[in-house]
Design a binder for this molecule. Structure first.
Ligand code: SF4
Length: 167
């Protein structure tokens, strides 16, 4: 081992996760990366980001960004696993922040929850209710918008880069 190597500078270890939603915030993120990738990769370790790479690691994250609502027990369990592996969890986009529009079926009246809908819920093991992120896990910050508000997202990223003493 070469002890003369300069110490590796700490980067913000982040994960990006999508649940029940249209993934438009992910699309916005990739648009942002077109412009910001070179600058961000100096300070951000994209540890888990399926839109960028196939080999991902969700352990020991500083910040987990989660878009989408939880529509099944399986998704709730995955969200809890992310929470256990991240120091901070940020809800991204309206579906994660408020549940809507992904949770629209929660507003159906009983007569609209017909046999066909029940068949889908049962066949695909969906929950009876679609939940926003903070109904499942503790959330530290919210980036609202449908899709996410870009300015708010970059402000939030900066906030955590500062919090971890990286910038
Ligand atoms: S908040 Fe809007 S843009 Fe984001 S996943 Fe939900 S529906 Fe799509």
């Amino acid at each position: 081992m070469d002890n003369d190597l300069p110490p590796q500078k700490k980067k913000l270890a982040i994960g990006w996760f999508s649940f029940t939603c249209c993934e438009d915030s992910t699309i916005l993120l990739t648009e942002l990366l077109n412009k910001n990738f070179d600058a961000w990769r100096k300070v951000v370790d994209f540890k888990h980001m399926k839109v960028l790479k196939t080999k991902n690691d969700m352990t020991n994250l500083d910040v987990a960004f989660i878009e989408g609502a939880a529509s099944s027990q399986k998704q709730e369990d995955e969200m809890k696993k992310i929470r256990e592996n991240a120091k901070y969890v940020i809800a991204v986009g309206s579906c994660a922040v408020t549940g809507l529009p992904s949770a629209t079926r929660n507003q159906f009246v009983d007569s609209e929850l017909n046999e066909k809908i029940q068949w889908y819920i049962k066949t695909f093991s969906y929950g009876q209710k679609v939940k926003k992120l903070d109904e499942v896990v503790k959330v530290d910050d919210y980036v609202a918008g449908c899709p996410m508000n870009v300015e708010l997202f970059t402000q939030t990223l900066d906030k955590y880069l500062k919090l971890f003493g990286i910038i």
